[in-house]
Structures are given as C-alpha cells and as structure tokens.
Design a protein around this ligand. Structure first.
Ligand code: GRF
Length: 201
C-alpha cells in the first residue's frame, strides 16, 4: 500500500513509521513526505531514508483551497492510498477529506475527546488530569473528532512538565501509530458510524 506522511516538525512519529516499514512491521511504502514547513526535520529524515520529501509553501498559493489542491495533486500523482498525519499542524481541507475519505489518519497527544486541538498536552496538565495518553483516529471534517482506532493511556505525575509528559506520550505513540497503520493495511479495521472496530481474527 502506498503511504504519504504529512508532517510539520520534528518527525519522531515519521521516524517510528519509517523504522516499522524497514522492519516489515508495516507492509507499505512511504511514497512521499510532505511538509508545510521548509526546514522541518521530518523532511530531512525522509531524505536520509531515500524517501521523496516535498515542501509545499502555502505562500505560493492564493488560499487554503489552492494549497490543498496542490497537496492533493502530489498525493494523487503518487497513487497514495493512506495519508498519515504525523504532527501536521494544519487542518486538512474538505477537498482532501472527500477525495480520501476513511483513508486519512491522525495521532493526537491526549485521550480524545478530551483536549483536542493545539497544545493537547498542556491542556491536560493545566486541567490537572491524573491520566492522559494518545489517540490514533481517522480524520473527518471536525477538529480531532473522527472515529478512534487505537488509544492508550499514560499516568500523569504531580511534577510533570509539558516536556516530561510529552516524552512519556511519544514513547507510546511510536508503538501505537505503526500498529494502527498496519491494521489498516491488513484490512482489519471496519467503520460503523463513528465507531471503528478491529477484526484481528
Ligand atoms: C505528536 O505528539 C502527535 O501526537 C502530535 O504532534 C506530535 C508530533 O511529534 N499530533 P513528532 O513531530 O512526530 O515528533
């Protein structure tokens, strides 16, 4: 299966996905990594592994739709079958969601539906929760609202900072995301309404 990863930043989840592909734990090919940030470290990780890395500058386009059309064109040209958002800091437009409905995944650093949107880790800490975690979900038109594929919790300690909690969550993300992608590739996920069922047989 042809995959594309969209990332705006450091790309540690991208790295976990690359490693899982190398180990055969994900039976797919990363055809392209796309970023909206020119010097995103994620792009360097892609190049280092011989994966096409594409920077698409929103400033080159008249608006959000035109920018998303440019992304869609790259995805369609490479016959991408699953789009993986890994720290991609923009909303995917309805244009892409409609073209790839049910074929876009995101990972979010909280137990959704708690603390969606930006700074999910800070939101959880500020709220004072004792447990947080991460969520892999399909992308729909809402903000972190699509059907949940996998979720895993981590404890929150009294002396946690955004950084320490983020590190704890990242470790889980790097295991959970490749697993969700492989379940998708194996056709083991089915969607009914907003529920995602796993048929692991
Ligand atoms: C992850 O924590 C993910 O949950 C969120 O953005 C972060 C990306 O981290 N969507 P990285 O760039 O993969 O290291």
């Amino acid at each position: 299966m042809n995959l594309a990863v969209l990332a705006s930043g450091y790309g540690s989840n991208l790295q976990a996905i690359i490693d899982a592909v190398d180990k055969g734990e994900i039976e797919g090919h990363i055809k392209v990594v796309i970023s909206d940030v020119k010097d995103a470290y994620a792009l360097q990780r892609a190049r280092r592994h011989g994966i096409e890395a594409v920077f698409i500058d929103i400033k080159d386009y008249s608006g959000r739709e035109a920018y998303n059309e440019a992304i869609a064109a790259v995805l369609e040209k490479r016959k991408v079958e699953l789009i993986v958002l890994a720290g991609y800091m923009r909303l995917v437009s309805p244009l892409i969601i409609n073209k790839f409905r049910g074929r876009i995944m995101n990972i979010h650093p909280s137990l959704l539906p708690s603390f969606p949107g930006l700074e999910g880790i800070k939101q959880a800490l500020d709220y004072g929760v004792k447990v947080s975690g991460c969520t892999v979900h399909l992308v729909d038109e809402g903000l972190d609202t699509g059907p949940i594929i996998l979720q895993e919790s981590v404890p929150v300690y009294d002396d946690d900072t955004v950084e320490s909690l983020q590190n704890r969550i990242h470790k889980v993300e790097h295991r959970l995301y490749p697993r969700a992608i492989q379940l998708f590739i194996q056709g083991k996920l089915s969607i009914e309404g907003r529920k995602c069922f796993r048929n692991e047989g």
